[in-house]
Every structure is written in structure tokens, then in C-alpha cells.
Ligand binder design. Structure first.
Ligand code: ADE
Length: 417
């Protein structure tokens, strides 16, 4: 294939390194490989333009190539200014996908790149965080050429549901994040592993014996807390929901308010999806050397501006580690500018986990193509598709599971004494 006309990437020469990364993940993503094999001859996306806004690293590139193999014309941008890997972007552009993205995009460039995907007039959309769908609705009067899309993440679904509630959403969006084969694995074990990957790569410090404060005990927070315990940390959870707080307690964590936790924590990880979770009053009481990392979609959970305003000096301590010197000499370290630590400071979730999420994405888009009359709004991924994706993975691993007999099926459906 030839390099797609008109890609906007940092450096074409980086393509060989990016190609190597994509080749590695391809070996570890059997669900996407199976979908290519099973659907390839049908070319389900032939004649469809697919616009993607996702963290542009190797697994995402393989998803884009899979859609291309299944007949789509694909254009892609990154869903965070710090998550695009320039070598992967170069390799992807060389393989025939249109790419508009680079690492370290300014806010203006970030928006411009998303606009280019909107200008591509995609029939099908994959979004992560809701920026592409939101911008398309802001920029165009009519979106009647759009068949629909699929949203990857919790934050994006919150925004989509707000749009639907306000009767603004003009096409159907599949809630991929809410599928079991997505959040049970990606949000929990994916975030649980990749957040620590990002923190360990950037700091090279020990976790054992430290107090880790996890803000938010949704599926992402659960994963981060679980793996922190595995690394030997004492985990303290902050929550606004009493049920989630009880879950954290019974999982063996301490629970307190952030005002209390700020005084004792060594490492803070935010996973709430909300803003101003760690704010100036917390920096005032933090221990010298406290480390701050965010794992939520947007960089709003840690008040970075407030931290900068209070600081007498800001220095780069290591790559991706900013040292903020507070009055009196205490230091607070911020990782990856307060952006998603697992993508800004590492490679995102493991390939085997993104394989499930992206398998769901492919089948969600196919569902939209097969059901073109779906109403505007947010739609669940069916349990059949959800099970199918998990089943493909088990088959690829050579693992069989039991099947219900007719008798057992009948028993489960009976109600009489
Ligand atoms: N890689 C691609 N998309 C990702 C996501 N949403 N989270 C973590 N890693 C990813």
C-alpha cells in the first residue's frame, strides 16, 4: 500500500520503529486477527469512511489497519495531546491510513487535527472521550451522512448521554465502554497494569511500604488499587459514593477524605473522571516528595495551574516528572503534566486487553452497518456481541469452557416448586 495522501505527522523517517511496535502487538491481539480472517472475504466496511479519534499507539494502529483490511477508508487522530507515538503514526500513514496527529500537539493543533477527521466526513466513528463527536456537532449543521459511531471510554459516554439528554446527539453511538468484555478487563486490569507501568517507568522508585492514595473506586480505581496492593503498597481510597467506599473497605483498603489523605499519601492516583479532585488546599499539607499522577481521561483531576501558582520554582526532575517547589522547601512531583499517566508516560494498556476492547469496536461498527435505521442516541452493545468477543479470545488461547445441556437450560428457566 502507498502512504495516504495528505497525512500530517511529525516525521516519516520514524516509520520503521513504529512498524516494529505494530508487528509486536499484532502477535498479541488474536481477536482482531480472527475478525480479519472471519470477515475479510465479506469486506463489511467496503464503501465506508471510518473516522477515528483514539490514543494513537501501536494497538490503535492495528485496529485502524484491521478496519482497512475489512474494506474501510480510514482517517485517524489522537485523543490526547500526549498519547500519540510519532513512530507509530509514521508507520500507520505508510500503510495507507490517513493520519493527522503528533505527540505534544498544542491545544490549537489538537483541535485542528480533530477537525481534519470531521472534514473527512466519516460514515462511522470511533471516539475516545467524546471530542470528535462533540466537535462534529459544533462544526456541522447536518450530519445526515453519519451512520453512527462507538465510544471507548467512561468519560465519553458521560458526555454523549448529556448530549442525548439535551436532544443534540444526531446519530446512534454504541456504548462500547459499558460492555462487560470491555470494562471488566480494560478499565480494571488494563488501567491497573498500565498506570503502574507509567509510574514505574518515570520514577524508578519502590512502591512497597508506601501509602498509595487512589481517588475514585470505579473499575479503573479498583484496578489501580489492586495492583498497588500487589506491589506492596498500603492503599487508601477516597470516594464520593458510599457503596463504592464500602467496596473499597471490604477489599481491604482504608477509606478517608482527600483532605485527610493529602497529609499522609506518598503517591496519589486520580481515577474519578471529575475535576479538582486534588487542589491547592491539598498541596498545602502534602509530604515532601509526594508524587501525583492522573489516570482519568482529562487533565482536570489534579489542579495543575493551582500547583504552579503556589510554587516558587518548577524544574524537570526526570523525563515526564516535574518538580514543584512549594514555599518552605517542600517538593511535589507531577507525572506527565497531569495527563493520563499510562499513555503519556507509557504505552497504554497491554495488547491482549486492548484486543478485547478493539474487537468490540469492530463488531459495534459492523452492527451499525447491519442496522442502519438505529435511532440517534446511546445504544448498548448486545450481550451476544459481548460474549462473542470473549469467546474468540478463549478460542485463540485454546481454552474450552463447558456448555449447558438441554436439561440444565430447562432447569435454569423453570420457576415451579
Ligand atoms: N490504547 C489505545 N487506547 C487506549 C485506552 N483508551 N486506554 C489505554 N490504552 C489505550
Amino acid at each position: 500500500m502507498k502512504e495516504a495522501e495528505g497525512s500530517t505527522i511529525r516525521n516519516r523517517e520514524l516509520a520503521p520503529a513504529g512498524g516494529q511496535k505494530i508487528a509486536w502487538v499484532r502477535e498479541h491481539m488474536p481477536v482482531l486477527a480472527a475478525l480479519q480472517r472471519e470477515l475479510g472475504h465479506k469486506q463489511p466496511f467496503s464503501g465506508y469512511r471510518v473516522g477515528i479519534c483514539l490514543h494513537l499507539e501501536a494497538k490503535t494502529a492495528y485496529l485502524a489497519q484491521t478496519l482497512s483490511e475489512l474494506g474501510a477508508q480510514v482517517a485517524i487522530t489522537g485523543s490526547n495531546p500526549l498519547s500519540t507515538q510519532d513512530d507509530v503514526a509514521a508507520a500507520l500513514a505508510r500503510s495507507g491510513v490517513m493520519v493527522h496527529s503528533w505527540y505534544g500537539a498544542t491545544p490549537g493543533e489538537y483541535e485542528e487535527f480533530i477537525s481534519r477527521i470531521a472534514e473527512f466526513r466519516p460514515h462511522l466513528i470511533i471516539d475516545d472521550g467524546g471530542d470528535l463527536v462533540s466537535l462534529m456537532h459544533e462544526e456541522a449543521d447536518s450530519l445526515d451522512y453519519v451512520v453512527g459511531g462507538a465510544e471507548e471510554t467512561t468519560t465519553g459516554l458521560l458526555r454523549l448521554r448529556a448530549m442525548a439528554e439535551a436532544e443534540k446527539l444526531q446519530f446512534p453511538m454504541m456504548a462500547v465502554n459499558d460492555a462487560l468484555s470491555k470494562y471488566l478487563f480494560d478499565n480494571r486490569y488494563g488501567t491497573g497494569q498500565s498506570v503502574w507501568d507509567g509510574i514505574l517507568r518515570t520514577t524508578n522508585l519502590v512502591i512497597a511500604g508506601k501509602q498509595v492514595v487512589v481517588a475514585g473506586y470505579g473499575w479503573c480505581g479498583k484496578g489501580v488499587a489492586l495492583r498497588a496492593r500487589g506491589l506492596g503498597a498500603r492503599v487508601l481510597v477516597t470516594e464520593v459514593d458510599p457503596i463504592a467506599a464500602n467496596e473499597a473497605l471490604m477489599d481491604g483498603c482504608d477509606v478517608a477524605t482527600m483532605d485527610e489523605a493529602a497529609r499522609t499519601g506518598d503517591i496519589f492516583v486520580t481515577t474519578t473522571g471529575c475535576r479538582d479532585v486534588i487542589a491547592q488546599r491539598h498541596y498545602e499539607v502534602m509530604k515532601d516528595g509526594a508524587i501525583l499522577a492522573n489516570a482519568g481521561h482529562f487533565n482536570v483531576e489534579i489542579d495543575v495551574e493551582g500547583l504552579a501558582d503556589m510554587s516558587e520554582e518548577v524544574n524537570e526532575a526526570r523525563a515526564n516528572v516535574a518538580e514543584y517547589r512549594l514555599p518552605g522547601g517542600r517538593r511535589v512531583y507531577l507525572l506527565g503534566e497531569g495527563r493520563l499517566v499510562n499513555l503519556a508516560c507509557a504505552d497504554g494498556h497491554p495488547a491482549e486487553i486492548m484486543d478485547l476492547s478493539f474487537g468490540l469496536q469492530v463488531l459495534a461498527l459492523k452492527y451499525l452497518v447491519d442496522n442502519p435505521a438505529l435511532a440517534p442516541g446511546v445504544h448498548p452493545v448486545s450481550r451476544d456481541i459481548d460474549r462473542e468477543v470473549s469467546a474468540i479470545r478463549l478460542r485463540a488461547l485454546g481454552i474450552s469452557i463447558d456448555q449447558l445441556t438441554e436439561d440444565q437450560r430447562g432447569y435454569l428457566q423453570s420457576w415451579q416448586m
